[in-house]
Design a binder for this molecule. Structure first.
Ligand code: 0X9
Ligand code: ZN
Length: 459
């Protein structure tokens, strides 16, 4: 559905109320795109116009669109338009920010106060954004069409069949493929890797971990995990890929050999397997685990400031914290793993935003180790940028937005582990549906961060 509309169109309300135009927004990409933009907005707001991709051409440039409700350019049933649109909006005040939340049907990502908010809006919400003259950028015109395109691609034979060696990271893999790959890695190098089931999910799926190295002169213990949030597929791929790289390059790469010898690294690529399966089979944008159908946000279920700001007691909320800290078997398994080991460092991989977050998440106050953690994050950002030139911004979790009961805060607060959240690619773009060509470069960035952190901690 979305192919004829354009993602990434930036809208800014005119500040000077120029009287010469009826159109109050400017698209920063191109003036020529205005007609298409008007059409896209008319479609998403459900007012009057819809375009069936491939069948109808883009509307004429002379389309007249007014500041409030866009007027009909050509008549067509509005039900052809997208139902859910991802938009980055820049609220100007706290009240506007609250209004954006009130109109959003999902929040994809929050940014620090002065900055943007990525939300999913239905046509009525889009109409409201237009009406309120908020600065906004359409990230994904039709998130369901995007997910459908991805689903079709994944259903193709090349993906469904076991991939050729060396092509495993050319595409996203489902839970059973990831488990099979972890199994293979453990079998290939039993001298370096041990596989362990650290617990089971609510629906009984194993939580699979690899313990890599640290058998030489163990200097440090480290844990990396992905997939606490089901829809953040790149985090499962990157953690699996980091494990793969460490094992595959052990014999040929002196830096990796040293790392593997000295750092005992635990890798849990899929921390929320039920949610991941649900995201593949039912709802691409599912975030939580599957508790009672509504789910619990596992990254609000840890016992550090559990129940505090940036978490919700409403089961339907995307940040529902559960009935008690560690009420969920998935977070409890990660807790038990952390209790068992002697960990110095931790990265909880998420997406998206290209961010490096350090404690605290739940409060504004600087952590006792602020200077050191911030400097370590700088080191990781530099190592990441050296890969493909991508900038990851460093900040404390709270300065992004408050979140209580997070894995990062708990690992740091309870175990004094140098703990970070890395929000992987993209910075905005298509959000959770990252093109598969970006898996390998994003893995390069994840590996660079893991090596840098592991080398900076311990004895
Ligand atoms: O909200 C979260 O759990 C994490 N972001 S995500 O978009 N992947 O859901 C970030 C948690 C880090 N802490 C704060 N932002 N305070
Ligand atoms: Zn996340």
């Amino acid at each position: 559905m979305s192919r004829c509309y354009r993602d990434g169109v930036r809208l800014r309300p005119r500040r000077n109320n120029a009287p010469s135009s009826l159109w109050p927004w400017r698209a920063s990409r191109s003036v020529a795109g205005l007609g298409r933009l008007a059409a896209a907005l008319a479609v998403v707001t459900g007012v009057g116009i819809a375009i069936t991709p491939m069948m109808r051409p883009a509307p004429p440039e002379r389309s007249t669109v007014r500041s409030h409700a866009p007027v009909t350019v050509e008549s067509a049933p509005s039900r052809l338009g997208p139902e859910r649109t991802a938009v980055r909006v820049w609220p100007r005040t706290a009240a506007e920010r609250a209004d954006v939340f009130a109109h959003a049907i999902d929040v994809w990502s929050e940014h620090s106060d002065a900055e943007a908010l990525d939300v999913v809006l239905d046509p009525a919400g889009m109409a409201w954004v237009l009406d309120a003259r908020l600065e906004a950028e359409v990230l994904v015109v039709d998130i369901d069409a995007l997910a459908e395109d991805e689903r079709e691609r994944l259903a193709m034979a090349e993906v469904a069949r076991p991939p050729a060696p060396g092509r495993w990271f050319s595409e996203y893999r489902d839970l059973s493929a990831i488990h099979a790959h972890l199994d293979q890695l453990a079998q290939r190098r039993p001298d370096l890797v041990m596989q362990e089931t650290i617990g089971h999910s609510l629906e009984g799926r194993p939580l699979v971990a690899l313990r890599i190295g640290g058998t030489g002169s163990r200097r440090a213990g480290m844990l990396i995990n992905g997939g606490l949030h089901a829809r953040e597929w790149i985090s499962m791929m990157v953690t699996t890929c980091v494990a793969d790289r460490l094992i595959s390059s052990y014999d040929d790469d002196a830096r990796i050999r040293r790392f593997v010898d000295e750092v005992e690294l635990w890798v849990v690529p899929v921390s929320n397997p039920d949610g991941y399966v649900h995201s593949w089979s039912r709802d691409r944008y599912w975030r939580k685990n599957r508790r009672d159908g509504h789910g619990v946000d596992l990254n609000r279920n840890f016992d550090l400031a559990w129940g505090g700001p940036g978490s919700s007691d409403k089961p339907a909320s995307q940040i529902y914290r559960g009935t008690a800290a560690f009420s969920e078997p998935e977070s409890a398994a990660l807790r038990d793993l952390m209790h068992r080991g002697d960990f110095d460092a931790h990265i909880d991989f998420h997406s998206y935003g290209q961010l490096l977050l350090h404690p605290w998440s739940h409060k504004r106050k600087r952590s006792r180790d602020h200077k050191r953690l911030s400097a370590t994050a700088d080191g990781m950002a530099k190592a990441i940028a050296a890969q493909h030139g991508k900038r990851y911004r460093k900040m404390s979790g709270e300065s992004l937005y408050p979140a209580s009961g997070t894995f990062m805060d708990w690992a740091y607060g309870e175990h004094e582990v140098s703990s970070f959240v890395i929000e992987l690619r993209p910075r905005g773009g298509s959000g959770f549906v990252l093109p598969p060509e970006q898996i390998v470069p994003t893995c390069d960035e994840g590996l660079a961060a893991v090596l840098t952190l592991g080398e900076s901690v311990g004895r």
